[in-house]
Design a protein around this ligand. Structure first.
Ligand code: ARG
Length: 720
């Protein structure tokens, strides 16, 4: 997105590439005149009050944090909500069975009675925001500086809980600019959310992982839900007699269409960016962190896919988890490629040199980057090991679940453990075992477990491996270079662990004892790795995190000082942001220009009957052949526009966010970023960064013509 306006950034921009124009995810309640003025210049027709108002109604009242990491928008006076298909995926899968396979076939409620409850799903409205920097700083005074990074989350959690006490609201205090500012956000959570409509997966995820993070794109990435409240108008748990939620504001839906260059604005909850990352952090990512994650995920995904394609029940069972792992597997791979291509390390080094020149003679900043370098140098040797624990050993669902028993072990070993605490742990473990079973596919996990143990052996330095484990493995199962050694071992674990055997588990958890736990092969294996890491290497990570936080805090303090009186946007941290820009075509590489839209014709071009990624419903293909476009046609192209692109600055968490035109009307749902800009979390390239959006006209075309759900269309305020 869009200029922070050349006038006020230009001085800084001359020598500081971190903060370039045309980017930013802004806190909408803190929009300064300069940023707002730029929005108007780009095509916004609304007042600041219409964007965000504390007492009146404004666009922000139509935007919710959906589930744990997406955005949705309210589009009717009866609480109808749009979000992405991939945001609703888990709930769609949970509602599906092999007989009623909504994931595969889609689902359309033709009346409110047919809507499906979604246990566990909730949405949150932002109520208010306050600056609590002084209060947090006061609380942090009691903590040793190098422990702040580790304890901050706990401190903020306690303060948040206190602030929420007795209010009926939820409060979360978020850190901005690496702890240089703290803002307190008050939310209201609603828990009765019901599924209203979803296209077949072959529309909602058309193109699969091949097209994921790519433009040109032809994905109908949407799902439709409705929010309910109690008859008294309050948030409530699901109840059959709850009534549809009445919003303060809902978005009208424009089917007038879009043109290259039109104003576009995206509201939502972007999860996280690291735009102020240092060159040392970027190098660690490029050299170690990302390649490790990608290798391990690649192996795990293959094991999962093998089972998913064999059986629709397995697809329903682990499809959601697969999609999540695959999404960032491709992202982390692409991120490295783009960071290298765009020379981000060199960009950062330049920024750092500029900063050092500014900081000369200011003792607070003495040796800042020298110290940052030292902190990274100390941590680097162990970084891969940590990734191989998190994404490898704990990438096996069984081993990951097994580590949950550690608390129980500790409590059993401690004579003074209170019986009520032990009871609590037992209950927690029962619940987490139920959750584990919901997503556990034995065949896939058996292969995952075997492969991650081998990869750990092959890739991690011999001096860092849990020696006793591998020695015993070699003695009992064979050469450590052979796949069979690991598959035999894995099969034994699965055959013998009490965690998977209902009878043995019930007996154990009724009267747990350490001897049984210590004998359990799944627990033993998981803990061999986790204890080895915790006992010998986690201290280096703690040191790294503690010191790096303080140094970066100082760095950002300097950055803010340099930019005093200029608008500087903070990194995304899952708080509500607005990003503005324009619908915009781009040039991905020399000699190639990408159009700003993709149409139904492109679905026909990509269509591969029977393919797991590029199949499409027969009925859709018929509609395309008959050119039965109805009111959803784009007259100037003579086709339905499926997806379009803008240059808005967004990131993961913005999924499902409304794309809004200059009049405050919904024109699309943002659902992805493009491959050429996968370095965007760290450095946004303004020429290449695009947000991929679902055109609301394609969405309504599917709802109407394919789903026959005219009830949904009739509920909207359509602007024609
Ligand atoms: N890349 C998208 C995002 O992170 C998710 C797209 C889901 N589709 C898929 N084929 N995995 O928001």
């Amino acid at each position: 997105m869009k200029k922070i306006v050349s006038l006020f950034t230009v001085i800084f921009l001359l020598n500081f590439s971190v903060l370039r124009a045309d980017e930013g995810m802004w806190l909408v309640q803190l929009l300064g005149e300069q940023v707002y003025g730029d929005m108007v210049k780009k095509g916004l027709k609304l007042t600041k009050e219409q964007l965000y108002s504390i007492n009146g109604k404004s666009i922000k009242d139509a935007i919710v944090l959906f589930g744990s990491g997406c955005t949705a928008e309210i589009v009717s006076k009866e609480g109808l909500m749009f979000t992405n298909h991939h945001c609703g995926y888990d709930n769609i899968a949970s509602a599906s069975t092999v007989e009623h396979n909504y994931l595969r076939d889609g689902f359309w409620a033709k009346s409110k009675q047919e809507e499906i409850a979604c246990p566990g799903l909730s949405v949150q409205f932002l109520i208010k925001i306050e600056d609590v920097t002084d209060k947090v700083n006061e609380a942090l005074k009691t903590i040793k500086p190098n422990e702040i990074a580790l304890k901050l989350f706990g401190v903020l959690g306690e303060m948040s809980a206190k602030a929420a006490e007795g209010t009926g609201y939820e409060v979360r205090i978020s850190s901005f600019f690496k702890g240089n500012q703290f803002l307190q956000f008050t939310y209201q959570r609603y828990k009765d959310v019901r599924l209203v409509g979803v296209p077949p997966e072959s529309i909602g995820k058309f193109g699969g992982d091949t097209d994921n993070w790519e433009w040109p794109r032809h994905t109908g990435d949407f799902s439709i839900f409705r929010l309910y409240m109690s008859k008294e108008g309050k948030p409530a748990e699901y109840a059959a007699d709850n009534v549809p939620f009445i919003p303060k504001h809902f978005l009208p839906v424009s089917i007038k269409g879009i043109n290259d260059g039109d104003y576009s604005m995206i509201y939502g909850y972007p999860g996280g960016t690291s735009r102020y990352e240092t060159s040392y952090g970027v190098k660690l990512k490029i050299d170690i962190d990302n390649p490790s994650i990608v290798n391990l995920r690649d192996a795990r995904l293959k094991c999962m896919l093998t089972e998913m394609v064999k059986d629709p029940a397995v697809k329903i069972q682990i499809g959601s988890s697969y999609a999540g792992i695959a999404n960032y597997w491709k992202f982390f791979d692409g991120e490295v490629k783009q960071l290298i291509k765009l020379n981000v390390v060199a960009q950062k080094e330049k920024d750092e040199a500029t900063f050092e020149a500014w900081a000369k003679g200011k003792p607070e900043y003495d040796n800042l980057f020298k110290n940052i370098k030292a902190v990274y140098d100390n941590w680097r040797p162990y970084a891969k090991h940590r990734m191989y624990i998190n994404e490898g050993i704990l990438g096996s669902p069984l081993l990951s679940f097994a580590t949950n028993l550690k608390t129980l072990e500790t409590q059993l070993q401690n004579a003074s453990t209170k019986p009520e605490d032990l009871e609590k742990t037992k209950q927690t473990l029962k619940a987490s075992r139920d959750r584990f079973f919901k997503g556990e596919n034995i065949a896939s996990d058996k292969n995952i477990l075997a492969i991650v143990l081998k990869m750990f052996y092959m890739d991690i330095d011999a001096s860092e491996r849990p020696q006793a484990f591998y020695t015993a493995l070699k003695t009992n199962y064979g050469a450590l270079e052979n796949n069979e050694t690991y598959s035999k071992f894995s099969a034994t674990i699965f055959d013998n662990t009490i965690l998977l055997d209902a009878g043995k588990w019930e007996a154990f958890i009724a009267k747990p004892d350490t001897a049984t736990l210590h004998k359990d092969p799944a627990y033993k294996t998981a803990m061999a790795f986790v204890n080895n890491y915790n006992d010998n290497y986690s201290k280096f990570y703690t040191e790294f995190i503690g010191a790096n936080y303080l140094l970066n805090h100082t760095y950002l303090k300097g950055v803010l000082e340099i930019n005093k009186n200029k608008p500087v946007y903070p990194d995304a941290n899952q708080t509500m942001r607005v990003s503005y820009g324009n619908v915009k075509s781009y040039v991905p590489r020399d000699g190639v220009k990408y159009d700003y839209i993709c149409t139904l014709n492109g679905i026909k071009e990509k269509y591969k009957p029977g393919d797991i990624e590029f199949d499409a419903p027969a009925k859709l293909m018929e509609l395309i052949d008959k050119k039965d476009y109805g009111q959803y046609i784009d007259k100037k192209v003579g086709d339905v526009v499926v997806n379009f692109i803008t240059n808005n600055d967004i990131t993961g968490g913005n999924s499902g966010s409304p794309v809004i035109n200059g009049n405050g009307e919904l024109i699309g749902l943002c659902f992805d970023g493009n491959y050429e800009a996968l370095g965007h979390k760290i450095a946004l390239d303004k020429a290449l960064t695009r947000t991929i959006c679902l055109d609301v006209r394609f969405m309504l075309f599917v709802v109407d013509k394919l789903g026959g759900a005219t009830n949904i269309i009739n509920e909207l305020n359509l602007i024609k």
